[in-house]
Design a protein around this ligand. Structure first.
Ligand code: RB5
Length: 147
């Protein structure tokens, strides 16, 4: 199960990805938004990320105009490693090396064809583990720093 979320800036691209997931028979849960009415991207990140943290969904795909707003917001949530990608190399290696659990795409940045390649790459690549585990542990330690 894949969690989806977007603001109005990412709505159209999310709908395009939804069509693709349906075509591929990939199960997903869409946490909105559900139209092009203006909404705030931080609000739209929380539920999909919660679904990942509760293990109701394996990964999440978030969309906004640039992909950056949702990635900044998602990365504030403990346990979320969100990557904003616009090239397939990064979409692959952020799974392999960073164990990213959220892919963020910019509806005003990435074209529909590339977006599907990014989604494919992200969903079909597994974390490599090994030497990368210690680095993920170090990221988790940063989450616990108190300033
Ligand atoms: C909304 O206009 C836009 O600011 C938002 O979708 C996103 O790009 C923010 O990072």
């Amino acid at each position: 199960m894949i969690a989806l979320g977007s603001d109005h800036g990412g709505y159209e691209l999310k709908q395009h990805v939804i069509d693709y997931l349906n075509l591929k028979g990939i199960e997903f849960k869409d946490f909105g938004c559900y139209d092009t009415k203006s909404c705030d991207y931080p609000d739209m990140t929380i539920k999909p990320c919660e679904a990942v943290l509760k293990k109701e969904c394996k990964l999440a795909l978030l969309f906004c105009g640039t992909g950056i707003g949702v990635s900044i917001a998602a990365n504030k949530i403990k346990g979320i490693r969100a990557a904003c990608c616009s090239d397939t190399f990064s979409a692959k290696f952020t799974r392999m090396h960073n164990d990213a659990n959220v892919l963020c795409l910019g509806g005003r940045v990435v074209g529909p064809g590339l977006a599907l390649e990014l989604v494919d790459m992200f969903l079909n690549t597994e974390f490599e583990g090994e030497r990368h585990k210690i680095r993920i542990e170090k990221i988790k330690a940063i989450e616990d720093l108190d300033y």
